[in-house]
Design a protein around this ligand. Structure first.
Ligand SMILES: NC(=O)c1ccc[n+]([C@@H]2O[C@H](COP(=O)([O-])OP(=O)(O)OC[C@H]3O[C@@H](n4cnc5c(N)ncnc54)[C@H](O)[C@@H]3O)[C@@H](O)[C@H]2O)c1
Length: 561
């Protein structure tokens, strides 16, 4: 097929191909390809059914869906034989189509630090042949069970005010409509997407019921909800398969079916299921557990500022508190709270209260959840302030300064950059005129910057909250720390990736070629290293670590004749 305008795995309505992260171009399917694809899938499914396997369609093969699909495809019956045939179904959009041909080669579309992701997917696709992927949603007609793993985003319309945000249910709505048009009446539909509470019963179920009525189907659609608790990182697969699940069905039959399904595909023997009465309870569980986490992180922001201004090291305070078993989950917030879930999930709940459940008093009922998200969303801006101040203290200006940020991802030792605090640090420093460089051992491409004109969609990049951002499209994530440090005037240690914990001040200063400003966002530097940086003529500042001032004074005192 002829190739036209360049696309880059993003939403470019003009392009007729989709590009994978490694740069491979996949022509989008043409109208005439659909029939053959349908035959391919039907043929595989009939064979699988003949072998006694259930047919499961997973809608959306993104971060969660691709791995969940492989876990289902790996299921064995009591005799040890594969018991499910899984069809991963994905829209053939320019942004996402590449995931299908890649999966069909046995290659994971998700880059994960967990080696089991790659082996699981290749085993199921290539050896067990229990997993295939398609763009043709006619596969829904074959399903005994459909698992929905498409995204449901919460878009914020201003920085630091989540109350003005809105839920984007377009993908979920479209998926539910297609499912309603195609599934067999006895098919179980399981929504795994994190949704605004009420969505399963009051949005998705009516869509399915209406579609059934239009098709003359008398029975009630079987719909259930069970959210994901997946954690990116080294235990990616395990965090889906070997972890506690919550579920609920819209009626008794759906509840029975979802319990049976999850017991077959997940390790519910060691991690028992919690079965709720209604999907709104399962949906709310996800929203509350993530809002709780967002809140305890946000709560420490004010104490972090208190510590900075009063000679206290909050890291030591937290370690002292953690000695109490009742308080052992207290955590230092770093330069903001990222990942796909914590920044948005409270917003889904706040939004649902009004727009699904019909209450008008959301602003007076919800105080803590919106405030927590707003604090988390803006904490990173303070990193830019202390970087500016540190440079000033060594006689330099932020405008025009070469600044290196170490760590682009949202947490240590993973390559996931979604809503990372580092993105905001880079954007704010760029707005102030800094020349930014980026290092991250786990990140190859920083999509949020490289594709800022189209990702997550044209209107929703954080770019829009800052001036002077255009150059960030060209940002390259560097891997050679020694090289990238050359000539740098400030280094922001934004994420405690393992290699950054080992860094020696003497090396950093030697590689930079001059004393520099060092900004610690995550309690990365020991007191000895802070002291050494000062001895080498550097300035050090950190989030929540006011005791640095004392170390600086003692180094100065020693240096005085
Ligand atoms: N990623 C995480 O760490 C994480 C953790 C816990 C829960 N979750 C939840 O899991 C859900 C999925 O998240 P994700 O990270 O996998 O998202 P994602 O964006 O990686 O994947 C969603 C996929 O669905 C596809 N899709 C969209 N519309 C479709 C349609 N109509 N038909 C078929 N496919 C369609 C998209 O192209 C994409 O590939 C979200 O609700 C999220 O909140 C994610």
């Amino acid at each position: 097929m002829a190739e036209s305008k360049p696309a880059s795995g993003k939403n470019n309505g003009q392009a007729n191909y989709s590009i994978s992260p490694s740069g491979e171009k996949f022509p989008l399917p043409l109208k005439e390809d659909y029939e053959n694809e349908n035959l391919r899938i039907r043929d595989l499914s009939e064979r699988a059914r003949g072998e006694g396997k259930e047919i499961v369609v997973v809608m959306g093969v993104g971060f969660v869906g691709a791995v969940m699909a492989a876990i289902i495809a790996d299921t064995k019956n009591k005799q040890g034989h594969p018991s499910k045939f899984v069809i991963g179904c994905q829209r053939p959009s320019t942004r996402s189509y590449w995931k299908i041909p890649l999966l069909n080669r046995g290659i994971s579309p998700v880059k994960a630090e967990d080696p089991e992701v790659d082996t699981l997917i290749s085993r199921c696709v290539l050896e067990k042949k229990t997993f295939t992927a398609t763009y043709n949603n006619d596969c829904l007609e074959l399903a005994d069970c459909v698992v929905v793993d498409v995204q449901c985003d919460f878009s914020k319309n201003s920085l630091g005010n989540m109350r003005t945000g809105e839920t984007d249910m377009a993908a979920l709505d479209a998926t539910m409509r297609t499912i309603g048009e195609k599934i067999r009446p006895s098919c179980l539909v399981l929504i795994e997407t994190t949704v605004a509470p009420g969505t399963t019963e009051f949005v998705a179920w009516p869509i399915l019921k209406k579609a059934f009525a239009e098709r003359g189907i008398k029975s009630v659609p079987l719909l259930a909800h069970s959210f994901e608790r997946v954690m990116p990182g080294r235990d990616y697969v395990s965090s889906i398969r070997d972890f506690w699940r919550v579920c609920a069905g819209c009626n008794t039959e759906a509840r029975k079916r979802v319990v049976k399904f999850l017991e077959q595909v997940l390790n519910t023997k060691d991690y028992p299921l919690t079965v709720m009465d209604r999907p709104i309870e399962s949906e709310t569980t996800k929203i509350v557990e993530n809002s709780y986490r967002a809140t305890i992180l946000a709560y420490l922001n004010e104490w972090s500022l208190f510590a900075e201004r009063n000679g206290i090291d909050l890291i030591k305070v937290i370690n002292a508190i953690k000695m109490r078993p009742t308080h052992s989950n207290i955590i230092f917030p770093g330069p903001g709270i990222g990942g796909y879930c914590l920044p948005k999930d409270g917003g889904l709940g706040f939004w649902a209260y009004r727009h699904i459940l019909g209450f008008e008093d959301g602003n007076s009922v919800f105080k803590i959840t919106p405030l927590a998200i707003d604090i988390n969303d803006t904490r990173a801006l303070h990193v830019a302030e202390i970087t500016r101040d540190a440079l000033r203290n060594i006689g330099r200006y932020i405008a025009g300064a070469d600044v290196l940020i170490c760590g682009a991802s949202y947490r240590q030792d993973v390559g996931d950059t979604r809503y990372s605090g580092s993105e905001l640090v880079v954007r704010k420093l760029t707005e102030m005129g800094a020349e930014m460089r980026v290092h991250d051992p786990y990140v190859d491409h920083w999509y949020e910057l490289e594709n800022q004109d189209s990702y997550p969609d044209p209107a929703h990049s954080w770019k829009r909250f800052f001036r002077n951002q255009d150059g960030l499209k060209k940002i390259v994530v560097r891997k050679d720390l020694k090289k990238v440090l050359k000539g740098v005037e400030a280094v922001v240690l934004a994420v405690p990736h393992a290699p950054y914990l080992e860094l020696e001040p003497d090396d950093v200063v030697a590689w930079a070629g001059n004393p520099l400003a060092v900004i610690d966002c995550y309690g990365i530097l020991s007191d000895e290293k802070i002291r050494r940086y000062f001895e080498l003529g550097c300035e050090v500042k950190a989030l929540g670590r006011g005791h640095i001032q004392r170390i600086k004074e003692s180094v100065r005192k020693k240096a005085r004749p």
